[in-house]
Write a protein of this length. Structure first.
Length: 160
């Protein structure tokens, strides 16, 4: 039995999955900041603060994903161009959104990323990389909690 500790997983697939999750998270974090700045209406303060809280949580996720890539021998996406190219969600280009639209957009993006994370946890597990699988599993929980907050907010139709 080998006692060698496996330090690196140089699987190109796992490394590119980290760049994909990082890029999606980066674009979503920018969207949160945009909506933090642009939101208005009767629930301004509540939404303004929630968007910023989620943004801050995603900053930690971004750093963990990028550093995990380096730990296993990769070079994560690290420019705006790369983030746009690798992300599985799109930027929000409009200037005006209602608060309801903002929450719906954020929820849909979060749902996309949660599905991608499930897929990439499986990929890392199949590739015998429990460290990456564990990191991604933890990140799924961050996103699921955010999805809960967004869903509860979205359900309140008077948000307008
Ligand atoms: Fe602010």
């Amino acid at each position: 039995m080998s006692t060698e500790v496996k330090v690196k997983n140089t699987s190109a697939e796992v490394i590119s999955s980290l760049s994909r999750e990082l890029s999606s998270t980066y674009l979503l974090s920018i969207k949160y900041k945009k909506f933090h700045w642009y939101v208005s209406g009767p629930f301004f303060r509540e939404l303004h603060l929630m968007f910023d809280e989620h943004h801050t949580q995603l900053l930690a996720v971004i750093d963990d994903l990028a550093e995990r890539s380096r730990v296993i021998g990769g070079y994560p996406a690290a420019t705006a161009e790369e983030f746009i190219a690798h992300a599985e969600i799109k930027e929000s280009k409009n200037q005006t959104y209602t608060p309801q639209e903002m929450v719906e957009i954020l929820y849909a993006d979060t749902d996309t990323i949660i599905n991608a994370l499930h897929r990439d946890v499986e990929l890392a597990t199949k590739d015998n990389d429990p460290g990456t699988a564990d990191l991604l599993t933890g990140i799924v929980q961050v996103y699921q909690k955010q999805a809960w907050f967004l869903a509860e907010t979205k359900a309140r139709k008077a948000l307008v």
